[in-house]
Design a protein around this ligand. Structure first.
Ligand code: NDP
Length: 452
């Protein structure tokens, strides 16, 4: 039997890598983790966490505007201090980096700060020092991708949005996905004049069509200038800012251009070829249902290999690997009914199938929809509305799609996701007592299907 320095060597200290390292070490494995930057990866440093903090910051603008309807008088107009928010965010992220480090230390994981490259099926080089391990796990995540275009050097990606200096009074966001919609909403709330340009006729490809249209209408009402079926030709710097030329001839002058046009797996300079690890047609590391790569001793999880780029999915994939290597369970992850939220204003929360996808998969479906002004807005003077939709498989009565555009949609949908994974039927929804008065209760009181 060959002897190795470690039982598991993890490359990448983001969500998937840290979870796998800690859990494997807690089960007695000798684990090393190599990370060249701060611990926590995209989620902690330039993704979910700072984004949600900034989303809260943007939410105060709405709260201030709504407060007079409830009897509050603001003695002075509220002022927003961008520098303060950035400092507070940076402090919190540094605290979290430290929490990750101490979790790894407590679990006895050997933390190597440096750039790791595969040498062969069992060897990794970290800045000139070689380590061997029985198994290797690649969890290096992804990075923003930007198409080639004239003036590309003037744009920023989501990585830079948290520390922009100065605050962009005029922001152009390119793209219609999660990141584009979230940043458009956030910076609109923080007081920027935001224009969002998307090449399709609707935002958020893959989401339910009603949700896509409803969100665009709400974001538009909130002040985002959404230009659909539109593309960018070129960007140049002029005396007053960046001049963005749209494909149809219009020019927009802005301070910052954010390209949120998707993310690609971080596979560069990892030594994949040297070790014989293959990638798929999207450049992601090819893995089987157990996250094993083309080299049996090397695994990959999270954004570097997964088509579902969500932190909780990376965590779940990491646990499948740890359970197989150091536990007593070999199992497969079920990717159906993964709930997700988009932290726009208002939020989207969704679980299961869009109406279109449900029709394609199940054939006959019944659809229930409601749209209303939430109780809060009867006094707030806000014109924001809420949209909810259920898609039910006619044959089984199972609720296969649940969609909400409204306040705290992610919080609401998380609980319903449990019921949906348990196979809850519409009859079960109907027999569940609502919590009154809430937005969520509408999901158990929708009785009349929409026509068709
Ligand atoms: P997405 O894939 O969600 O969106 C990319 C957007 O860019 C799409 O609207 C796409 O258009 C558009 N696009 C792609 N190529 C071009 C091009 N050449 N020119 C113009 N537009 C283009 O990626 P994101 O970067 O927004 O996010 C990556 C992933 O990260 C998400 O899919 C999600 O899984 C995850 N994420 C999750 C969050 C959450 O859970 N709240 C938050 C942020 C990210 P088209 O519709 O035509 O494809």
């Amino acid at each position: 039997m060959p002897t190795y320095d470690f039982d598991l060597f993890v490359i990448g200290g983001g969500s998937g890598g840290v979870r796998a390292s800690r859990m494997a070490a807690q089960r007695g494995a000798r684990v090393a983790l190599a990370e060249a930057a701060e611990l926590g990866g995209t989620c902690v440093n330039v993704g979910c966490i700072p984004k949600k903090l900034y989303s809260y910051a943007a939410g105060y603008a709405e709260a201030f505007a709504e407060a007079p309807g409830f009897g509050w008088t603001l003695s002075e107009p509220p002022r927003f201090d961008w520098a303060h928010l950035k400092t507070q965010r940076a402090k919190e992220i540094t605290r979290l980096n430290g929490v990750y480090a101490s979790l790894l230390k407590t679990a006895n994981v050997t933390l190597l700060n440096g750039w790791a490259q595969l040498v062969d099926a069992h060897t990794v080089d970290v800045d000139g020092t070689r380590y061997t391990a029985k198994n290797l796990l690649i969890a290096t995540g992804g990075t923003p991708w930007v198409p080639e275009l004239p003036g590309r050097e003037h744009i920023v990606t989501s990585d830079a949005m948290f520390d922009l200096d100065p605050f962009p009074k005029r922001l152009l966001v390119v793209g219609g996905g999660y990141i584009a919609c979230e940043f458009a909403s956030i910076f609109n709330g923080l007081g920027a004049k935001v224009t969002q340009v998307h090449r399709r006729a609707h935002l958020l490809s893959g989401f339910d069509d009603d949700v896509r249209q409803f969100l665009a209408s709400e974001m538009g009402k909130a002040g985002v200038d959404i230009r659909l079926s539109s593309e960018i030709d070129s960007i140049s710097r002029g005396p007053g800012g960046l001049n963005v030329m749209l494909a149809r001839g219009a020019t927009i002058e802005v301070d910052t251009v954010l390209f949120a046009t998707g993310r690609v797996p971080n596979t560069r300079a990892l030594g994949l070829e040297a070790a014989g690890v293959t990638v798929d047609e999207h450049g992601a590391i090819a893995v089987d249902a157990h996250y094993k790569t083309s080299v049996p001793s090397i695994y990959a999880v999270g954004d570097v290999s997964s088509s579902v780029q969500l932190t909780p999915v990376a965590l779940a994939e990491a646990m499948v690997v740890v359970d197989a290597l150091f536990g007593d369970r070999v199992r497969k992850l079920d990717y159906e009914f993964i709930p997700t939220a988009v932290f726009t204003h208002p939020n989207i929360g969704t679980c299961g199938y869009s109406e279109t996808d449900a029709r394609a998969k199940f054939g006959k479906v019944t659809v229930f929809c409601t749209e209303f002004r939430a109780l809060r807005h009867t006094l707030s003077a806000s014109t924001e509305r809420t949209f909810m939709k259920l898609v039910v498989d006619k044959a089984s009565d199972r609720v296969v799609g649940l969609h909400l555009v409204g306040p705290d949609a992610g919080e609401v949908v998380q609980g319903f996701a449990v019921a949906m994974r348990a196979g809850a039927t519409k009859a079960l929804f109907d027999s569940t007592i609502g919590i009154h008065p809430t937005v969520a209760e509408e999901f158990v009181t929708m009785r009349e299907p929409v026509a068709g």
